[in-house]
Design a protein around this ligand. Structure first.
Ligand SMILES: [Mg+2]
Length: 230
């Protein structure tokens, strides 16, 4: 890895845990914008999901129309509630994440985001976690509900001349998005999926967490060399 290398990171479950503020903020903004209480907010799976995918599924479940102006208003409310909630309750950063991001940055690697979060909430989560200074590009869950497409957009935005071989994530949906874009999937079992299930889902590398910086860097290095997209 060097100054011409780029790598991609998912946020939730991979770098941090937002302590449930997302689910509560979704619930609150849904009532405010669509005028009804969502019947089963605890039954929604956010792992690997995208915010636009989740809100469209919630509206379909309730049979409420979701024209673009309403969805945009929902995103504004969601972002506001999340940002305020994290002022009081910042995310939990997983072991070794700041050290790993610092080590990759020290090698000159460009770090990008592939996340189902809205652009605004992605950066708010990173800022509240103290991780916002490491990332220079990315693609987000309010651009498209499809994580494969989000990954494609992020790759398009990597620094000119850089080559990217790895997407780091925590769910089978991250693995699918990596492979569909010609990337290796480096997974970490700090989210909601076990190391065994990540391996069974086809991950190219699995770590329990990022606490061993040298071992994590070595895995990034080997996977970057295995699969380099042009
Ligand atoms: Mg995730």
């Amino acid at each position: 890895m060097n100054a011409r290398t780029a790598v991609l990171f998912d946020i939730d479950g991979t770098m941090l845990f937002a302590r449930g503020v997302g689910r509560r903020s979704f619930s609150r903004a849904f009532v405010e914008v669509y005028g009804i209480e969502y019947p089963d907010i605890d039954g929604i799976s956010f792992a690997g999901a995208t915010d636009s995918g989740v809100i469209r599924a919630m509206c379909a479940t309730c049979g409420v129309p979701n024209p673009p102006a309403k969805e945009e208003h929902f995103f504004l409310r969601l972002a506001r509630h999340l940002d305020e909630a994290m002022d009081a309750l910042p995310p939990e950063v997983f072991p070794g994440v700041p050290e790993l991001l610092a080590a990759l940055t020290a090698e000159g690697v460009a770090l990008g985001l592939v996340t189902g979060n809205l652009r605004s909430t992605a950066w708010s989560k990173l800022r509240h976690a103290g991780l916002d200074g490491y990332f220079t590009f990315g693609a987000y869950g309010d651009e498209t509900p499809d994580r494969v497409e989000i990954t494609r957009l992020a790759l398009q935005r990597r620094p000119a001349g850089s080559r990217c071989g790895v997407l780091a994530g925590d769910t089978p949906l991250d693995i699918e998005a990596a492979h569909a874009n010609g990337l290796r999937a480096l997974t970490v079992a700090t989210g909601w999926v076990s190391a065994g299930d990540l391996a069974a889902a086809g991950a190219d590398g699995v770590l329990t967490d990022f606490s061993d910086t040298a071992a994590s860097l070595a895995l990034f290095q080997s996977l970057c060399e295995e699969r380099i997209c042009p």
